[in-house]
Design a protein around this ligand. Structure first.
Ligand code: UP5
Ligand code: MG
Length: 187
């Protein structure tokens, strides 16, 4: 029996570009379930799982956790949500993530949002965040930026032309632009 395939939107952008902030707003207006790959990995780390130490070490170095770990967490969260529309925030982060997700789930994204922001502004936001994230120190932030440029931007380029947003503006202005993509104005 053919099951209905879930709809997925990838929400991408550098560290501190506002992925989580905008996803919370999209959820309120458009009925998606928000799945932050980073939040799922942090929860897995805190659960005392056998992968916990590995996840912690990789996140503290700004490195990308092996695809199979992240994809399992995403699949489990999708199943448990009972929803069929997902914002996948902060994943895929490299070409291998992208290809593995597609191979395992057979899902291709409806579209991809890319929150484009300068490093200077992203660094300012992260350093002001104060949520006790272990990776929010200047040394790890620099490593996260480097991994973003080297590994994650190529994935964004792969999906090019599908939803680049100027994320340097205030939250509400960014969301106006986001809404236009979810809800194209009628002509
Ligand atoms: N803020 C937001 N929008 C603003 C605006 N328009 N104007 C002014 N301020 C704004 O926002 C960051 C801060 O800025 C907040 O204080 C917010 O109020 C303010 P947020 O919405 O949290 O930005 P976000 O893009 O979500 O930043 P985050 O730090 O979560 O991004 P990262 O991509 O760095 O973190 P993530 O949690 O996705 O990943 C962390 C690590 O997990 C990775 O480095 C990696 O090691 C690992 N990981 C994997 O290995 N695989 C994965 O698939 C995912 C993660
Ligand atoms: Mg986030």
């Amino acid at each position: 029996l053919a099951e209905k395939k879930p709809k997925v939107v990838f929400v991408l952008g550098g560290p501190g570009s506002g992925k989580g902030t905008q996803c919370e707003k999209i959820v309120q207006d458009f009925g998606y379930t928000h799945l932050s790959a980073g939040d799922l990995l942090r929860a897995e780390k805190n659960s005392g799982s056998e992968n916990g130490i590995m996840i912690q070490n990789m996140m503290n170095e700004g490195k990308i956790v092996p695809s199979e770990v992240t994809i399992k967490l995403l699949q489990k969260a999708m199943l448990e949500s009972g929803n069929d529309k997902f914002l996948i925030d902060g994943f895929p982060r490299n070409e291998e993530n992208r290809a593995a997700f597609e191979a395992v789930t057979k899902i291709e994204p409806e579209f991809v949002l890319y929150f484009n922001c300068s490093e200077k502004e992203m660094e300012r936001r992260i350093l002001n965040r104060n949520q006790g994230r272990e990776d929010d120190n200047i040394e790890t932030i620099r490593k996260r930026f480097k991994v973003f440029l080297e590994s994650s931007l190529p994935v964004i380029e792969y999906y090019k032309g599908k939803g680049k947003i100027d994320a340097a503006k205030p939250v509400e202005e960014v969301f106006e632009e986001v809404k236009g993509i979810f809800n194209p104005p009628e002509v």
